[in-house]
Design a protein around this ligand. Structure first.
Ligand code: ADP
Ligand code: SF4
Length: 671
């Protein structure tokens, strides 16, 4: 039964001519499917609606070939042929009684137009950020007039496809925002100069979108109220506020955020807590009678209720929490708040978008697999026989394998050598800002406790003989990985003799660390930077060495790299790019330039090697050939992200006893 305190979240809310059945609003977010994979996109959005999100929006939908984000996946409403594929999404959302929103988009100077090769347009000439060395050309009056026509035409097509909420998108530094910001609008005509002039295009877009479709569709404005460039740009205390004042009652809904670049409104948990945008977006509701939605990685029902009661917003806007748990609203409605699979804020979902591949999620391995594999986050086929399984290792992979097998009806025993469950998570969540990662472990432990056929054995290190003697029908090895000591990494292919060097495993185990620390990042994700931060905060003098141009390259994909570098530089961590560590002796690390080989050295009491991990697969190999149903999953199979470990385990457990056909593809018909 629903907790009465949560009832406020299930009140209907009117948005212009339409009514949302509740306050759960899935704001637009990328899926990596785009116009090429409409069935995949429709299935994903349909699952969100099924899970109770009262409003479900699409990702960015280009209104014209001059806004082409290839090779990244985006939707299109360039012609009438786009209507039927998008109707699949609107229908999938309507099938569960939710409203369908569509985010009409023009990227302006940020549209690279690699596919269409149409010249890039902007309010004033500016570098095309994602298409070097192009300069976007300045739009003249006829371009502006044509642009307004594209928005109207796309809105009409969106309506024909069945959408209920049509966006005017003035956020994330895209074209309408480029007109708003004095940093990008240097025009001297009636569309530039004073704020009233810079707002002109947005005002026209709202009015004309309403004229085109406002009889049956709500017109939503997505506005970045702060672009985080200080007083030179749009700020929530300055022009961001004035824009909302000027247009307060014009749209049917305000979808507001802190943007500029995309990474600012989807900051990872390492750099921003739940509800982190409230200080900047909180003013909007007082200026308008129209409903307001914003985001903030909301996963706590108490925070959600507080957002509504305190008048911060009318909806609970969410992208990532709805990815991690499409059934978040349904679980609250049914009084199952403890079963919510909370987003951990790791931004692996952002990485998928930045890599141009379908959406993936650390917490939810079914995300993106709804159509191509037919996976559902809450339903799974029972295993046809009553059999037993032994899972060895209770890191993210072992926990996921055990839970998924138990959900399928197998009698599962999960054994771990340690007293603590969670494997690498229990260690990594002690690093600065990563405590939310513990949710990967906690959710699985909570759900396993509800499975009648599952039992957990702690402090139970298993040998090959123990496992064979256990006699389970299925054995799953999930023994993880260890950090390598031989110096081999992404950039260094020569084994190094580095006696006394520590690995992250040693640091987690409490190895003593000297005053002068050199950390080698030749792995390029979060580990080296996290330890640099932790040790610098503890008072060590830290140098971060990498053979590459910067440390933490993969953190660029998770939209974290800029924040990582800023934090390390503020802490006084010395960055040494293009550098190898060749040896370590007599209180010095000996270095070599990655390009010229020039030798140098720096003081070093403790050398830490973050260069990669090796699978701990001894048990698997010891048992191979002697057990009929033996598998390995997670880092023991392929050391990688937690997301990949969870996915690997889920895939194994879901497919156990079934064929493993290649995932379906949306192959276009030949004409
Ligand atoms: P993954 O990310 O693949 O889940 P982890 O490294 O997080 O891998 O977890 C591996 C887990 O396996 C650890 O909790 C470790 O204690 C456990 N483990 C390793 N070897 C054994 C063993 N022989 N018996 C039981 N547990 C083991
Ligand atoms: Fe949240 Fe990480 Fe999943 Fe993204 S990938 S939704 S940040 S848990």
């Amino acid at each position: 039964m629903m907790d009465p305190a949560h009832a406020i979240l299930f009140e209907p809310v009117r948005i212009g001519p339409v009514t949302a059945p509740n306050r759960f609003y899935q704001t637009p977010h990328a899926t990596g499917f785009g116009w090429q994979r409409p069935q995949s996109g429709a299935a994903l959005r349909g699952v969100k609606a099924e899970g109770g999100w009262g409003v479900v929006c699409t990702e960015y939908c280009s209104i014209h070939p001059s806004s082409d984000d290839s090779p990244y996946a985006f939707l299109t409403l360039w012609g009438d042929e786009d209507i039927a594929p998008l109707a699949l999404t609107a229908d999938a959302i309507h099938a569960h009684g939710s409203l369908a929103g569509i985010e009409l988009w023009h990227g302006g100077a940020h549209a690279a137009n690699r596919l269409t090769r149409v010249p890039t347009i902007a309010p004033s000439q500016q570098q095309a950020l994602y298409h070097l060395p192009t300069t976007a050309r300045e739009m003249d009056k006829s371009d502006i007039s044509a642009f307004r026509g594209w928005q109207r035409a796309a809105a009409r097509r969106a309506k024909a496809a069945g959408f209920d909420i049509v966006y005017v998108y003035a956020g994330h530094d895209y074209l309408p925002f480029q007109f708003l910001s004095p940093l990008t609008n240097r025009r001297s005509d009636e569309y530039g100069g004073a704020l009233e002039n810079r707002v002109r295009l947005l005002r026209e877009m709202i009015e004309e979108t309403r004229d085109a479709v406002g009889d049956t569709c709500a017109v939503a404005v997505r506005l970045a109220v702060d672009e985080l460039q200080g007083p030179r740009g749009i700020t929530s205390a300055g022009e961001g506020r004035e824009i909302v004042e000027m247009l307060a009652e014009l749209p049917d809904l305000w979808d507001v955020n802190v943007a500029g670049a995309l990474g600012n409104d989807s900051k990872s948990a390492r750099f921003a807590p739940e509800g982190f945008q409230e200080a900047q977006v909180g003013f909007v509701k007082a200026l308008t009678t129209k409903p307001v939605v914003s985001v903030g990685r909301f996963t706590s029902p108490e925070t959600m209720v507080s957002q509504i009661r305190r008048g911060v917003q009318d909806f609970i806007g969410a992208a990532r929490p709805s990815i991690a748990d499409p059934f978040l609203p349904a679980k609250l409605r049914e009084g199952r708040a403890d079963e919510i699979r909370e987003c951990i804020g790791c931004n692996i979902c952002r990485a998928a978008n930045n890599e141009g591949v379908p959406l993936r999620c650390t917490q939810n391995p079914t995300m993106g697999e709804e159509w191509r594999r037919g996976w559902h986050p809450e339903r799974i086929a029972p295993y046809p026989r009553r059999e037993t399984a032994l899972v060895v290792g209770a890191g993210p992979a072992g926990l996921e394998a055990a839970l998924t097998l138990a959900r399928r009806g197998l009698a599962v025993s999960l054994a771990d050598a340690s007293r603590d469950l969670g494997g690498r998570i229990t260690r990594e969540m002690t690093l600065p800002g990563l405590s939310t990662w513990g949710r990967v472990r906690d959710w699985r432990v909570t759900m396993l406790a509800k499975q009648p056929g599952a039992q957990i054995f702690r402090q139970s290190e298993m040998t090959a003989a123990d496992i064979a003697e256990f006699g389970a029908d299925h054995v799953v090895i999930a023994t993880g990985s260890r950090w390598r000591r031989d110096g081999l990494g992404l950039g260094n292919h020569t084994p190094r003799d580095l006696p006394g060097a520590l690995t992250p495993d040693d640091l987690f185990a409490g190895a003593p660390v000297g005053a002068e620390v050199v950390i080698l990042d030749d792995e390029q994700y979060f580990m080296a930077g996290s330890w640099a931060e932790k040790l610098a905060v503890e008072g060590h003098k830290v140098s971060l060495v990498t053979p590459w141009a910067t440390p933490a390259t993969f953190a660029a994909a998770t939209n974290e790299q800029d924040f990582v570098l800023e934090r390390l530089l503020r802490l006084g961590v010395r960055l040494l790019p293009f550098t190898h560590v060749t040896h370590h002796r007599d209180g010095a690390a000996h270095l070599a330039c990655a390009h010229t080989g020039r030798a140098s050295q720096i003081a070093c009491d403790t050398l830490v090697l973050c260069t990669g991990r090796l699978a701990q697969d001894d048990l698997f190999h010891a048992l191979k050939g002697s057990l009929p149903n033996l598998a390995r999953v997670g880092d023991c199979l392929q050391p990688s992200s937690i997301a990949d470990a969870v996915y690997s385990a889920h895939r194994f457990a879901r497919l156990l006893g079934q064929d493993d056909p290649p995932p379906r593809r949306e192959v276009p018909p030949l004409r």
